[in-house]
Design a protein around this ligand. Structure first.
Ligand SMILES: CC(C)(COP(=O)(O)OP(=O)(O)OC[C@H]1O[C@@H](n2cnc3c(N)ncnc32)[C@H](O)[C@@H]1OP(=O)(O)O)[C@@H](O)C(=O)NCCC(=O)NCCS
Length: 129
């Protein structure tokens, strides 16, 4: 899906690594880019052994800066399972607010899960830098 969006110019994906290492420990994407609406969606993940060290909070901040300042997005969306407390904490720390909750809209591994829909406007991010 990421590769298809990359080819169609709808997605930018970065590999996450420690500064002095060549080893990938995660990825972060700005995807579902909607050029007419200056909007994109963020998606991310790192390997479990690197959880809880503040890595994604730091990486997300930098990618949001790229999204708002370099490619001039107006808003960035983030969708997550409401039970994903770590992801929600990372979003809230970066100024995202929850705008909605979709019930059982995501089918995964044999069951339907809810989705918490978050968003961040460019002006709210700039104020936090
Ligand atoms: C979500 C994820 C990216 C967070 O990355 P991370 O580098 O561990 O995040 P950070 O360390 O920057 O911040 C996580 C925060 O959540 C907290 N946290 C971690 N697990 C938690 C849990 N189970 N319940 C509540 N808080 C939790 C951490 O203490 C930290 O808070 P703090 O900054 O106040 O200390 C990572 O857990 C991950 O890759 N998960 C699997 C993939 C995924 O869920 N992707 C998001 C899909 S929407």
């Amino acid at each position: 899906m990421v590769r298809k969006q990359w080819v169609e110019n709808l997605c930018i994906t970065w590999v996450i690594a420690y500064k002095l290492s060549q080893k990938a420990i995660g990825v972060i994407s700005l995807w579902n880019l909607e050029k007419d609406h200056h909007r994109g969606e963020i998606g991310y993940g790192i390997l479990p052994e690197h959880f809880g060290k503040g890595i994604m909070s730091e990486v997300l901040r930098r990618v949001l800066q790229f999204g708002f300042e370099n490619i001039k997005l107006h808003s960035i969306a983030a969708n997550t399972n409401p039970a994903n407390e770590a992801s929600i904490k990372v979003l809230l720390k970066n100024g995202f607010i929850q705008e909605g909750l979709f019930h059982e809209n995501f089918y995964f591994d044999g069951s339907y899960t809810n989705t918490a829909a978050f968003s961040l406007l460019d002006r709210n991010f700039i104020n936090r830098l």
